[in-house]
Write a protein that binds this ligand. Structure first.
Ligand code: GSH
Length: 213
């Protein structure tokens, strides 16, 4: 990764990664000017000394500003960008904001480690279904079931409008089929995916799904 001059917000990420797309979608939605640096995570670019100096954790996404500040972690970057812009993607009501945070923590601990990892193993690491940890499927389906329960009753995960909770969770839910998850078992989740993709101006990730609702 060549040295570069940082003149505006710079997002280091990989476009195949849902975690990396989250802050990019926020920047697009809020009209924040940014540079995108594509990082080849599959070729070990995040382990290069130059990258580790920016983020010792060796992970993308990473946000960097001209004044030298850097911020890792997809959900933290989203939160910082949205709050700096005073966006309604973060509820003003402090309890609703905490509910949104609750989903963000849940996404990282109980959703992404199963759904994103199973997708990554199948799609990018060429692993055979038979070699995968069976818990990835059962725990991923459990996560989808929890979302289904909420989304049966509400259009959005928190309150009446799209928040960061929806954006964080749609990142890997919309491509869950690439990890072998059958979303037709979760019809409210499917409808919510269409709704959130439309709000973000994204194409439907799953060709088997119907039109936007
Ligand atoms: N909790 C982190 C996860 C970041 C993460 O797992 N990044 C992956 C891509 S999705 C990565 O950089 N992998 C390269 C590596 O670990 O070497 C976040 O939400 O930003």
């Amino acid at each position: 990764m060549p040295q570069r001059e940082i003149t505006k917000l710079t997002l280091y990420g990989n476009t195949e990664s849902g975690n990396c797309l989250k802050p990019r979608w926020i920047a697009e939605l809020l009209g924040i000017d940014y540079d995108w640096v594509e990082v080849d995570i599959f070729a070990g670019a995040t382990s290069a000394e130059e990258f580790l100096q920016l983020n010792p954790a060796g992970q993308v996404p990473l946000a960097r500003w001209p004044d030298g500040r850097v911020l890792p972690q997809s959900n933290a970057i989203m939160l910082y960008l949205a709050e700096t812009e005073d966006s309604l993607l973060v509820p003003k009501d402090t309890f609703k904001r905490a509910q949104m945070m609750s989903w963000l923590f849940w996404e990282q601990y109980s959703h992404e480690p199963y759904i994103a990892v199973r997708r990554s193993n199948l799609r990018f690491r060429d692993m055979a279904e038979a070699d995968l940890d069976p818990a990835l499927l059962s725990k991923g389906r459990r996560a989808l079931g929890i979302m289904e329960m909420q989304l049966t009753y509400t259009d959005w995960l928190v309150g009446d409008v799209m928040t960061l909770a929806d954006i964080a969770l749609v990142a890997y839910t919309r491509v869950a089929h690439e990890g072998g998850f059958d979303l037709s078992d979760f019809p409210s989740v499917e409808r919510w995916i269409s709704r959130t993709e439309s709000a973000l101006g994204l194409p439907h990730a799953n060709p088997a799904e119907g039109a936007a609702l």
